[in-house]
Design a protein around this ligand. Structure first.
Ligand SMILES: Cc1cc2nc3c(=O)[nH]c(=O)nc-3n(C[C@H](O)[C@H](O)[C@H](O)COP(=O)(O)O)c2cc1C
Length: 282
């Protein structure tokens, strides 16, 4: 099995796809993962559907727009949730990122799209039911040799090749002191993999405080004021679920035991929203 850190390092948002079909055996492995129900840390199971261009008429295919952002993709992963469930968006980000990493492991390119896709047309193709929302879709396929101009522009606008330094993301005991890799101990790799996670417009809204006495990593959201979402689901709440996925998968692979909990006693910080804590131990 490929180490999860290698998969996380390999993943990037791929927006230009090659005209190369996915072999049946690879597609089967990915469809099996998509069709396996997965429950997130907040207890519900989002629904995932693969939309293949091969199964659509040319007319319907043309309607599945990504506003020119995605070039040549023939397969899309649609992830569906019920927004009224508690922590639905975080739960969804966690589950969908598992599939993104599965695709990456299979050498397939992916890209989270929360804004640049035609919601109505993809919703119809995914068979959206009453009470459900489709907050994001992702193209799946082999990367083209060359990135399109729009892809290069999008990466530059979002600053996709840059990540905030540890000192702005991870803290020791209180938000006034940064956490060093040494202080993070065996969890340094899990935190680094949070840092490498994709996030909407590359805002990297995750902030994590480690409290050694309580053995907890508390996750907070630094919400971007006025950030626009096309639907009722906050893309930054989804970002938090993606970060949880990277953190937990890395901890699991390193054999570090722990579990998620929502703590009443987590420190409250002005301008940050408390989301969840990872409690070290059984
Ligand atoms: C929830 C979410 C929504 C996103 N929505 C879009 C989108 O609508 N269009 C787009 O081109 N990229 C979108 N992205 C991709 C981000 O811009 C990208 O993850 C970020 O710039 C970091 O680059 P990287 O994924 O290559 O590491 C989204 C990412 C996430 C996590």
């Amino acid at each position: 099995m490929t180490p999860v850190s290698n998969i996380i390092q390999k993943r990037y948002s791929c927006r230009s796809y090659a005209d190369k079909p996915i072999p049946g055996s690879v597609l089967r492995q990915f469809s099996d993962a998509v069709n396996t129900p997965r429950q997130g840390p907040f207890g519900h199971t989002p629904r995932f559907v693969l939309i293949s261009m091969a199964s659509l008429s040319r007319e319907d295919w043309k309607k599945l727009g990504t506003y020119g952002v995605i070039k040549n993709a023939r397969l899309f992963l649609a992830g569906i949730l019920q927004p009224t469930l508690p922590m639905a968006a975080q739960n969804y980000g966690y589950c969908k990122e598992q599939l993104i990493l599965k695709a990456t492991e299979l050498d397939l390119g992916t890209c989270w799209l929360g804004g640049t896709f035609s919601i109505g047309a993809f919703g119809r193709a995914a068979g959206l039911r009453p009470g459900e929302v489709l907050p994001s879709i992702s193209p799946i396929g082999y990367a083209a040799d060359k990135r399109s101009l729009i892809e290069r522009v999008m990466r530059r606008i979002a600053g996709s090749d840059f990540r905030k330094p540890w000192s702005e993301l991870f803290f020791n005991d209180t938000f006034s002191s940064p956490l060093s890799r040494n202080e993070a101990g065996p969890y340094a790799e899990a935190l680094e993999n949070v840092r490498l996670a994709p996030s909407a417009s590359n805002k990297q809204p995750w902030r994590i405080v480690y409290q050694e006495d309580r053995k907890t990593f508390s996750f907070y959201l630094s919400r971007t004021p006025g950030y626009w979402y096309p639907q009722e689901v906050s893309l930054q709440d989804i970002d938090m679920g993606i970060a949880m996925c990277h953190f937990e998968l890395t901890a699991q692979q390193l054999g570090l035991k722990g579990f998620w909990c929502r703590e009443d006693s987590a420190p409250q910080i002005k301008s940050l929203e408390y989301v969840v804590s990872w409690q070290v131990g059984d």
